[in-house]
Design a protein around this ligand. Structure first.
Ligand SMILES: Nc1ncnc2c1ncn2[C@@H]1O[C@H](COP(=O)(O)OP(=O)(O)OP(=O)(O)O)[C@@H](O)[C@H]1O
Ligand code: SF4
Ligand SMILES: [Mg+2]
Length: 348
């Protein structure tokens, strides 16, 4: 193993392709005031997202994926939370923007598909009316035009018999159909950026694949940029051009998807990969689990936050936080004092 970083960077994950940037995030930090003290759920995250690019954000539960997405959406309650850094969407600064200013962007520039479709749908309102509402409030469509567009959107997301489903309540639909409705609502304003936060949580494997394939198809057809959040590296393997791995609120590795899979340098990325379900696994195969638990973000250990769980930790790891450094592959970065050897080098 080499202890020498190839090159330190300003911790920015630049897109590999040279397309213009849609979303530019710099040194984003989200801190909650909790009874146990300040809790930094997102800690100095920087990345760029190109137009029509799909970025996968992966990490264990509690690594800050949802807080990152909600901060980008400007959706966090303003009390007991401090956000610093910059999030520019099409050049418009979101950090510090008023709720009114954010309302101008929601639906038409940025939309989010949440982890749990039941919490984002109103259980006592017909699903068609919920889509109509977005179209009328955000786009100013008339009642008739909104209904016609809602039916088109239900059809776009693959819901059979849209006119019938338009009148259904969320509880009358299956989990997969509900998530399709949530996606229809997110797409109602034709956003440039879609934040999909674990869009298949709680769905069975076949329906998960259908929803992910639907998102793939819609991303290409509607020319959207997507941030696809998941704890499962298998989900992002074929669906993203880049991956950002998060641990304890920080980016610990990022780069082109194929490169991160084949040539990851951070032991945590390897541990995540070893825990990821594979199609080639026999049914009911027990997955490896990463030993130990993610740290308490209100009382982080000094140094690398993965150190208490890392087989490669040395004394320095417990003392100093490693910065992101570039590998020789453009755009591939990792944060580790004792990185795994580069592909082709000796394996540990
Ligand atoms: N409103 C809040 N107040 C205080 N702490 C919070 C709040 N929301 C989230 N957190 C904390 O922020 C950290 C990151 O949470 P987050 O929900 O972003 O994780 P996640 O990566 O999305 O996990 P999961 O995979 O379980 O969805 C956690 O420690 C969580 O307890
Ligand atoms: S504990 Fe050390 S070797 Fe392990 S991931 Fe952190 S910096 Fe790398
Ligand atoms: Mg989450």
């Amino acid at each position: 193993m080499s202890a020498t970083p190839e090159r330190t960077t300003s911790a920015t994950t630049a897109p590999v392709a040279s397309e213009p940037v849609l979303l530019s995030v710099r040194d984003l930090t989200t801190t909650f005031a909790t009874n146990a003290g300040p809790l930094r759920a997102v800690d100095g995250v920087s990345f760029d997202l190109g137009r029509e690019e799909v970025l996968g954000v992966v990490g264990e539960s509690g690594s800050g994926k949802t807080v990152l997405s909600r901060t980008i959406m400007g959706l966090l309650a303003r009390s007991r939370v401090t956000v610093s850094g910059s999030v520019r969407l099409d050049g418009v600064e979101i950090v510090g923007a008023s709720e009114n200013a954010m309302r101008q962007l929601w639906s038409t520039r940025v939309a989010m598909v949440f982890q749990d479709p039941m919490t984002s749908l109103n259980p006592v309102m017909r699903v068609g009316h919920q889509i109509d509402e977005v179209l009328r409030v955000r786009l100013g469509l008339s009642r008739t035009a909104a209904r016609a567009r809602s039916l088109e959107l239900l059809s776009l997301v693959g819901i059979p018999s849209p006119a019938e489903r338009y009148r259904a309540y969320p509880g009358q639909l299956s989990g997969g159909m509900r998530q399709r409705v949530v996606i229809a609502i997110a797409l109602a304003g034709a956003p440039a950026l879609l934040l999909a936060d674990e869009p298949t949580t709680g769905l069975d494997v076949t329906i998960q694949a259908q929803i992910l394939n639907l998102l793939d198809d819609l991303t290409a057809r509607l020319h959207m940029s997507v941030v696809l959040v998941t704890h499962d590296l298998g989900v992002v393997a074929t669906r993203t051009s880049r991956i950002m791995v998060m641990y304890a609120g920080r980016v610990v590795e990022s780069g082109p998807t194929a490169d991160v899979f084949a040539d990851h340098r951070m032991p945590y990325t390897r541990a995540l990969l070893e825990c990821s379900p594979r199609v080639s696994n026999a049914p009911h195969t027990r997955l490896a689990a990463i030993p130990g638990r993610p740290p308490n973000l209100a009382a982080l250990p000094a140094g690398c936050s993965f150190a208490p769980r890392c087989a490669y930790a040395t004394e320095r790891c417990h003392r100093e936080v490693p910065a992101l450094v570039e590998t020789t592959t453009p755009g591939h970065q990792y944060a580790c004092w004792n990185p795994l050897p580069a592909r082709g080098g000796p394996r540990p």
